[in-house]
Design a protein around this ligand. Structure first.
Ligand SMILES: [Zn+2]
Length: 381
């Protein structure tokens, strides 16, 4: 059902997060084949490459709200992305993962093999007894449910470097300041340790665990499933039970310019770059989506519409989440922002190289890895 990368690697697996329009979610929910309260009785991780994991959850249907009533008290199998392979874990924030012995109100789509997938992003799998802490992602699932370690950047990574992918932003020089403003919004929160190092541009358009945190404007071949997704952030992290569990190793932000338009000047019908990227930087830092208490004005609220600006400004729940993860006083430097000429991609060959061999490693990966080939899946493939 899930297509693996063409080349496996020994790299950590990943976390993804997304922003979608409200319409995309409601449409997906409306197309569910089965709406039911379910009880997950078994959960199995099924690696399908060294970088990706899928799950198969066995669930008993307790009651059917929409669909075949004769399914009540029968068992079904739900497939999806996410899971852990040895000490590496994978979360797709916004794409929920069920837990054993949890009960859910589920929206499900039937698959060709008779199994089910979850419809409607996080809205499609509502824990009937949710527990969470702010909006932080855990290694064992999205939005703080479960008991896994929270995702976090270790202090040793500060200041967190990030690069703009120059080839992808070519000709969109105005995006640079908007993206920098998004990162700066989070580092400017009082009494937190977060500091970023804007590294300028790089020649890479890849989103791999290459030690380079990238912001990429995807302008052709959106290979992350549903075209309604406006942006995704992918975090590679350490799984398992060690004290390092949850440590983020690499984070990349991808803007879907294939199916959506972006603006820095509030052009009608386009998505404000700073609005969207501020949300994604929250994921970059390990936050999940705003759920409960739900504040639709929060930066980490999962839904966004064109010309929206409110995510530029962090709200109480955003601040609570980020302070719970990074409270303290780190060393701050004077903010200089990114400096690269996005109109001249070749200038980016002089990219900063603070991470030494990892950068070279990243370039090697650029050539070694083939693209993630798209194929129908419920959200991502
Ligand atoms: Zn999101």
């Amino acid at each position: 059902m899930f297509r693996p990368l063409l080349l496996g690697t020994l790299l950590p697996t990943l976390c993804q997060a997304l922003t979608v329009s409200p319409n995309a979610i409601s449409e997906a929910l409306s197309h569910a084949d089965l709406v039911a309260d379910i009880h997950v009785t078994a959960l199995q991780a099924k690696p399908h490459s060294e970088r990706f994991a899928t799950f198969e959850a066995t669930a008993e249907i307790e009651s059917v709200a929409r669909g075949k009533e004769n399914l009540e008290r029968t068992s079904i199998v739900i497939e999806g992305l996410g899971g852990e392979i040895s000490d590496r874990g994978v979360i797709y924030s916004g794409i929920p993962r069920p837990y054993r012995e949890h009960r859910y109100h589920a929206h499900l789509k039937v698959l060709e093999n008779g199994h089910y997938s979850i419809a409607g992003f996080e809205e499609g799998l509502k824990d009937l007894s949710p527990s969470r802490s702010f909006t932080r992602n855990r290694t064992d699932g999205s939005n703080g449910e479960g008991v896994g370690a929270f995702l976090f950047w270790d202090d040793s990574f500060f200041p967190l470097p990030y690069y703009l992918s120059a080839p992808s932003f070519k000709g969109r020089i105005e995006f640079q300041d908007a993206i920098d403003a998004s990162f700066k919004t989070w580092r400017d929160v009082q009494n937190i340790r977060i500091e970023f190092q804007p590294m300028g541009c790089s020649i890479s358009q890849r989103n791999e665990n290459d030690g380079l945190n990238h912001v990429i404007l995807v302008t052709d071949a959106w290979s992350f499933g549903d075209p309604q997704i406006i942006a995704i952030t992918r975090n590679f992290y350490i799984a398992g039970d060690s004290e390092k569990s949850g440590m983020i190793l690499d984070s990349d932000i991808l803007l879907n310019a294939v199916n959506h338009q972006f603006t820095t000047t509030d052009e009608a019908g386009k998505n404000d770059v700073q609005n969207i990227v501020t949300h994604e930087v929250g994921h970059f830092l390990g936050l999940g989506h705003e759920v409960a208490p739900e504040d639709s004005d929060a930066t980490m609220y999962a839904k966004a519409v064109p010309n929206e600006l409110k995510k530029r400004i962090l709200k109480d729940n955003d601040l609570g989440g980020i302070r719970s993860a990074y409270a303290g006083t780190g060393s701050k430097q004077s903010w200089s922002g990114s400096h690269c000429d996005l109109s001249i991609p070749s200038s980016c060959l002089a990219v900063h190289d603070s991470q030494g061999p990892m950068w070279i490693f990243g370039v090697a990966l650029f050539w070694l890895f083939s693209m993630w080939v798209g194929r129908r899946l419920f959200l991502l493939d």
